[in-house]
Design a protein around this ligand. Sequence first.
Ligand code: LLP
Length: 446
Amino acid sequence: MTTANQSIKPITTKINKEGNLEIGGCDLVELAQKYGTPLYVFDEATIRTIAKEYKKAFEKYPKVSMLYASKAFMTKAIVRILDEEGFGFDMVSGGEIYTASTAGADMKKCLFNGNNKSYSELQMAVELGIGLISVDNFLELALLDNAAKAANKTVDILLRVTPGIECHTHEYIQTGHLDSKFGFDLTQTDEAIEQLLDEYKNLNLVGLHAHIGSQIFETSIYYDEVEVLLKEMSRIKEKYGLNLSHINLGGGLGIKYTEQDCPPSINEIAEKIITSVKENSKKYNLEEPEIHIEPGRSIIGTSGVTLYTVGSSKQVPKGKKYVAVDGGMADNPRPSLYQAVYTAQVANKPEEPPVETVTIAGRFCESGDILIQETKLPELLPGDILCFYDTGAYGYSMSSNYNRVEKPAAVLVNNAQSDIIINRENYEHLVSLDVIPDRFKKEQGY
Ligand code: LLP
């Protein structure tokens, strides 16, 4: 059985009676007219379906917690949807914690993670009663213990470790290999545990946390990751008599950006994880642990598309044809950062056959601002609406105001209804934090 991460398009994508693309019962050309472009469109049915697919895939293992990796895309509405679907939130900043808590997430189901959390962020996490904190390094052990002591609380923690597993993804998004900025090396866990036992009385170690990378297509590395963590847990049990009860395996399941991509289904990943937990718990003589997983991209990626309006084009004599759209690297930095490849379709003429090979260029002032290199599309004319699939994850969340361009709006579509979930920025927003020093006023009359 396939799951939604294995489809390029949101599950409700159709061609409607008008001959336009439609998602969530909403005509994409009408959405572009109503809200302007660039526009991020999120399909609620895809998000909820995939969230349910995760729950179902892990159903047969009794002790599983799902946390959504907020960094992929977080707004208050997304928090509401995933909270309702029973997810907690994996968060890495005060801003993410603030968003989750003000949108009513259950803080007990959440985890605070990150390689350089500040004291004030740790204090915030302790005060809000976040369920687990994944401690990344020695400094953080001391800071968190102080924050917990000051609040007169005991805090449950995981130790973030680097399991030494390399996955085949872009090197910027690999994290579990040994030479990584994240977590304790497995040769350092003893020292961390000894400090915990001797000094940090307000911290309660309940398990281990790892994340091996992102946009992963291999299922076997999840088997290996579980084995590494359980082996380490059994070593800790033997040496210190500590019975750790949780393993957090991070996120990483890939999605289908192009026809060539073949990500595994959620069921395949779940099967590997559960098999490994069962086999290795037996092998290392441990009680079967509680499993936490934190998918980001595979929850939100497929649900989101970006609409752009086509503008100018340029045929380089004896070279490429560039067609420019009204967005680019500021709303989707992934092509320029990771050479990420996307699939696009013309929303107002999806059935027209491809007739030319074009390079889709962004509007930002850099030659590297190319969204798709050489793709075959119908003839693109100014005013056409181009729909980029799979921009739901790490698009808005990594967007910027480069060139002082306003960030686009995001709408949620469902059952022929569209609702704004993030307003479009305007010029006032862009200057709202600027300050002209008072002395300029005196000198220059401003
Ligand atoms: N847990 C931890 C500890 C993580 O570091 C991450 C992602 C996740 C979970 C979620 O991983 P996912 O399921 O989304 O693959 N900006 C990059 C991806 C960076 C991922 C960072 N960590 C991109 O656009 O490809």
